[in-house]
Every structure is written in C-alpha cells, then in structure tokens.
Ligand binder design. Sequence first.
Ligand SMILES: [Zn+2]
Length: 98
Amino acid sequence: MLFIQKCQNCNAQFSWSKIYKSFLWTYKPIKCSECGTIHKITIPGRIIFVSLTIVPMLIFANFLSPFSNLIATLTIGILILIIGSLLTPFFVTYKKSF
Ligand SMILES: [Zn+2]
C-alpha cells in the first residue's frame, strides 16, 4: 500500500478523491471529515505536485516527443499530466493549519 495522508489531529485516513479534489480547486485546504481539522498543502507538497505533472509534461514536449506533429505531442503531454496528477495524492503532504 502506498501512503496517503492521514489527519494530523485524529489520524483518520483521507481518501484519494478528497486530496485529488483539493488539487482541482488549486490546492484547496482539506477538512477532515472526522474531526473537522483543516489541512493545508505544504510547500514541498506543491513542489512534488508540479514535478509530477507540469515538469514531466514539459520534458516530454521539449525533449522526448517522437512526434513532429504538434497535436500528437500535445495529446501525449496532456495524458502525462493527467497520469501524473492521478499519482500525486500518494506523494503530496498536507499539514494541520491553525
Ligand atoms: Zn481528523
């Protein structure tokens, strides 16, 4: 099992979708459904998020693309972005905010 963030107050496990939704709303703070504690994304968390999504996409688009076709490159680039973002809830960390 991969690690997914737990509530720092009551240790309740956050769900993958709860964290993923937080990203969709530009790192919206997560509220624990058990105790209501608000958690904010950490700065390293933001860096991890970007390095799993934007960075691989740009590397692919700039250096690795086998396509001379811009549309094909963009499509794969966006696919990489989506796959990367699906993995981020396992790596990004949140901390209790007061
Ligand atoms: Zn909690």
